[in-house]
Design a protein around this ligand. Structure first.
Ligand code: PLP
Ligand code: ZN
Length: 579
């Protein structure tokens, strides 16, 4: 059996985030006896950990428990683990090329036991509760916390009551139920749901999860930061002699309650204090415009959040209307260290979801896609520079929908004599589907065959970029694509194939794009073929002037999204057809 080397006992203290009062560690997290603040932080003997780690870490597997000395669990016997954390830090080949961001990394938190980064939280919090002898608790959630806590509660033998707003998809509620947790659906917003859960817990005299105000939640999320620091150093090397690990320029995450970034920040603060890294990251926190209390409060310069009482977004996972303390904390961090709060529309989010699935093979839930939509926006605004090192948290898989999972239960309540109608219904579906005209699909296919296949020439000297363009085109249309990797070869190609459209790179060694254009325009049979220029560098005024009237569209490499390109192509081919 795999056992994680147990921790060398480390002293933990509590420190008030408001007045600095220090006291012995206790659970559940107390409020500060001096000033009443609900923000207490765990403090460790950092110098000692710094000395111990180089040897200890070598022997440990890559999971979140690797950093055991900085986690507030005393006895490893109580550790509840299902392999959470230790998720890969992915490089994004196609996306990086498309965006022009060579140092973009995805922390793939979908690869946790219940597919979201809430598993870090559940593992630590439930281990701590077990150590404290707690056997029953309640939690309010927009879905993923409840799923994760349910899985870990079942593992730990803890009784869990979950409270969810009614907009949470039924598949998620079903997932919670299958772990044996109680599911209470509250027909209101998440903020109201939290109040109902708190009242229930008080009435029943059981513990309620206090989210970001509990030590364990933030302490668990800081393992994200520590992993990233270690992984980035492995990818890019240490930043300077004597400093082993690395800090990204930016950490991007979609936020709801703000627990992830608060924990991430704490992790980097500790690493910085220990001399493990040489700087702190900037946080880019993304919210859905239909529920963006942090963004709006930040833009108004408020240090306390103005709640959103009527969230209006389909991205329910991140629809916290009243972020409370978390906002004030993150606001201060961003004020002092740089960073940004940004909002994205649901439309932008779902578009990003498709881009990531189609360009990188990463299928994620909308809440995670919102972070990517935020990345696109911050790049195009120039707030994030393309050369900067960016780590983006990809938490949450598109949820697997296993439709018949609950049918066992439904059949149990149906008396035996009603079996026949059930079968009838099934038969009915089969009949009706077999009555569907069989020719429908065939007709569709024949019609498709009949459409004229358009021919596109890609003239681009970087073969990888050419391949990317080909891929973008192939995912969306019936195009015949020819490639040439030099200007001269490109000219020959278009003279021979007479394409319907040309995608032209400007910077090529033997014969640049301008020369290709000049030649083309002096050829009667080619001069009207539409041209989309794709260029890596900013054009000078003179160069832009030369292109005027010669081309139909100009796209800056690294700043175009595939949709933009495809829309341009469709419009150009449509025009040409009509004219
Ligand atoms: C919980 C969650 C978030 C938001 O997390 P916070 O850091 O608590 O704001 C974002 N995306 C997904 C998929 C989540 O499950
Ligand atoms: Zn205090």
């Amino acid at each position: 059996m795999l056992t994680i080397p147990s921790a060398i006992p480390i002293e933990i203290e509590l420190e008030c985030g408001t007045c600095g009062h220090r006291q012995a560690y206790q659970i559940p997290t107390p409020i500060c006896p001096k000033c009443g603040s609900e923000w207490m932080d765990a403090r460790y003997d950092y110098e000692r950990v710094r000395r111990l780690w180089p040897d200890i870490l070598q022997q440990r597997p890559f999971t979140m428990w690797r950093y055991r000395e900085l986690l507030p669990l005393h006895n490893d016997e109580y550790q509840i683990t299902m392999g959470e954390g230790g998720t890969p830090l992915l490089r994004t080949h196609n996306l990086s090329m498309m965006l022009g961001t060579p140092n973009l990394f995805i922390k793939d938190e979908r690869q946790n036991p219940t597919n979201s980064f809430k598993d870090r939280q559940a593992a630590l919090v439930i281990s701590m509760l077990k150590e404290a002898g707690v056997t029953e608790m309640a939690v309010a959630s927009t879905g993923n916390v409840a799923i994760s806590y349910s899985a870990y509660s079942s593992h730990a033998g803890l009784k869990l009551w979950t409270f969810l707003p009614s907009l949470v998809p039924s598949e998620k509620m079903r997932e919670i139920a299958i772990y044996g947790s109680e599911v209470v659906k509250v027909t209101s917003t998440y903020d109201e749901t939290k109040k109902v859960a708190a009242r229930f817990a008080k009435h029943k005299d059981i513990l309620i999860d206090r989210g970001i105000r509990d030590i364990g939640t933030r302490e668990s999320m800081k393992t994200l930061a520590i992993e990233v620091a270690e992984q980035l150093a492995a990818e890019l090397g240490p930043p300077q002699p004597g400093i082993p690990w690395r800090t990204p320029d930016w950490y991007i995450q979609s936020v709801s309650g703000g627990l992830g970034p608060a924990g991430f920040w704490k992790g980097y603060q500790e690493l910085y204090q220990m001399g493990m890294v040489n700087k702190l990251p900037k946080l880019a926190l993304i919210q859905a415009s239909g529920c963006a209390p942090m963004v709006h409060s930040y833009n108004k310069g408020l240090s306390e959040a103005e709640p959103v009482t009527n969230p209006n977004t389909r991205v329910i996972t991140i629809a916290t209307g009243a972020p409370g303390l978390a906002y004030s904390y993150l606001y201060k961090v961003i004020q002092q260290h740089g960073g940004i709060f940004e909002e994205v529309t649901d439309e932008e989010t779902f578009r990003a979801l498709h881009v990531l699935a189609k360009m990188e093979g990463l299928s994620m839930e909308a809440a995670a896609a919102a972070a990517f939509a935020g990345l696109f926006k911050l790049l195009s605004k120039g707030i994030i520079q393309r050369h900067e090192t960016v780590v983006i948290n990809c938490s949450g898989h598109t949820f697997p929908v296993e439709k018949y999972l609950l049918e066992e239960d439904w059949l149990k309540v149906v008396p035996p004599e009603s079996e026949a109608p059930v079968i009838d219904t099934v038969a009915g579906i089969i009949t009706s589907s077999s009555q569907k005209p069989a020719s429908e699909d065939l007709l569709g296919a024949l019609e498709q065959l009949d459409t004229h296949v358009r021919r596109i020439a890609v003239i681009e000297d970087n073969p990888e970029a050419a391949r990317l363009l080909r891929r973008i085109l192939q995912t969306r249309g019936e195009f015949q694509i020819d490639e040439a990797h030099t200007g001269k070869a490109g000219l020959k190609l278009i003279q021979r194939t007479r394409p319907d459209l040309i995608l032209l790179d400007m910077m090529m060694p033997d014969m640049d794009g301008f020369a290709v254009l000049d030649q083309m325009k002096s050829d009667e049979s080619l001069k009207d073929v539409p041209v989309i220029v794709i260029t890596a560098k900013e054009l000078t005024k003179e160069e832009s002037r030369r292109l005027q009237g010669q081309i139909q569209m100009l796209l800056q490499k690294g700043s175009f999204m595939d949709d933009e390109l495809l829309e341009g192509i469709k419009a150009l081919l449509g025009e040409e057809k009509g004219g």
